[in-house]
Design a protein around this ligand. Structure first.
Ligand SMILES: [Zn+2]
Length: 108
């Protein structure tokens, strides 16, 4: 059954008031999973009233982007740290190889 967005939005108030049947709630939730517009409409209302039925909403787009950005910068930071550590290790290895050469040269 295809439900119109208008109907879904009309049902927001009773839905958050817990005044819809479980079947209706399931229909609404099913629609929300597929419809960005209605999901946005519902997620904006979520904070006003605690829904009677527990619904998993995905994060609003902006929060998602901010989250992704912070994850990305964290990942970049880790990569940078690894790069620095590798550079230090390479430098130490090179230096010790050089020292080893110098010392063995000295012993001859
Ligand atoms: Zn819709």
């Amino acid at each position: 059954m295809n439900i119109s967005c208008e109907l879904i939005k009309d049902l927001a108030q009773p839905y958050f008031g817990g005044r819809v049947s479980e079947k209706t709630a399931k229909l609404i939730e099913g629609h929300l999973e597929e419809c960005d517009e209605c999901r946005y409409f519902y997620s904006g209302r979520r904070s006003v009233k605690t829904p009677h039925f527990k619904v998993e909403f995905s994060e609003p787009e902006e929060e998602q982007i901010a989250l992704n950005l912070s994850r990305l910068s964290k990942r970049l930071q880790i990569r940078r740290t690894i790069g620095t550590v590798l550079a230090v290790i390479t430098a130490v290895l090179g230096l010790s190889a050089l020292l080893y050469d110098l010392i063995s040269e000295h012993k001859k």
